[in-house]
Design a protein around this ligand. Sequence first.
Ligand code: NAD
Length: 372
Amino acid sequence: MRVAVRKERRPGERRVALLPLHIEPLVKAGFDVVIESGAGLAALASDDAYVQAGASVVDRTALAEADVLLHVRPLEPDDIAGLRQGIVTIGFATPSAEPDGVRALRDAGVTSFAMELVPRISRAQSMDALTSQALVAGYRCVLEAAMRLPRFFPLFMTAAGTIPPAKALILGAGVAGLQAIATAKRLGAVVEAYDVRPASADEVKSMGATFIKLELEAIEGTGGYAREMTEDRAKKQQELLTPYITKSDVLITTAAVPGRPAPQLVTRQMLEGMAPGSVVVDLAAESGGNVEGSVPGAVLDVNGVQLVGMADASSTMPVDASRLYGKNVTELLKLLVKEEKLDINLDDEVVAGACLTHDGAIKHEPTRQQIE
Ligand code: NAD
């Protein structure tokens, strides 16, 4: 069975769906792996390295004939139109934000699996690309802040005097937020964190940070996720968070609500209360922004506060991000194959959960309702 890896085409994307290190186990398992020429270059994997690992290098036109096409970012409608009916695709699809892509997959008769739809259950942990990529992003956004902060993160006691540690505040303590906490702690900052989910308090504390408890009723949606809050409650939350934000040197925001634009946690007025030189990194900038006025990919000066709108956070570390992602897609691929043949078993909870389109239909019900 032929598995193809495409070269990512979106501007700023440097990851690749498989690295050479993922090839050998696939070849041993009987797969014929083909890589679009140049697919791994931005992640420091040359065509030669793939060939040495047992893959073949092909040009773009050969991808459409594969049995399975692996990708990172969503396929564009133009790419999908050229695929053969019945091909299986595995990669991110951002269905709620890219309905045209979903329609194109449905109309082309593609069996597509969206990495963001993989159920977050224990059995599917090794396929959970949302988690693996959020881990990279959470780490990276703290480094971004550390590089820009005009002072140290750690405490220094020297003959020339004592330098107090930086104060970092992390809003949103999901996968990315917890990794941001861990990274800021490793760098020596004093870290506080807040999340609407009370369950996150223990996780925050286990990372060595202080959990901020606001006098607000807790809101938790289904499946361990947050849900959207009312306007009044959002205002109250902003009011209560203000004193914590004002005293922070570094603010990292990672809050998200599945299928909804990112909640706005920080207004411009709140930013203006921070000391000049402070750094704010908005990891949610691409999905609406947790911070008023943040622009993905831009660093803005707001009264001396540096506001960083993170963009393509995971792809800024393409080597390890691809390493983790490649493992995620390989594990999902293995679930779709039996005795070296495709076997799409929609009775399997993970296969059914991750399936976006199949046999000319949209299988993910919320997306179907949104689109049809
Ligand atoms: P996410 O990216 O959807 O959201 C990030 C965080 O933002 C969440 O913790 C959320 O509660 C928080 N948030 C939303 N609105 C907020 C607001 N107004 N103020 C402050 N915080 C706000 O979430 P995620 O990182 O993908 O993880 C969400 C949940 O899924 C967590 O409970 C996590 O432990 C769980 N999870 C489970 C598995 C598994 O079982 N395999 C894997 C990964 C994550």
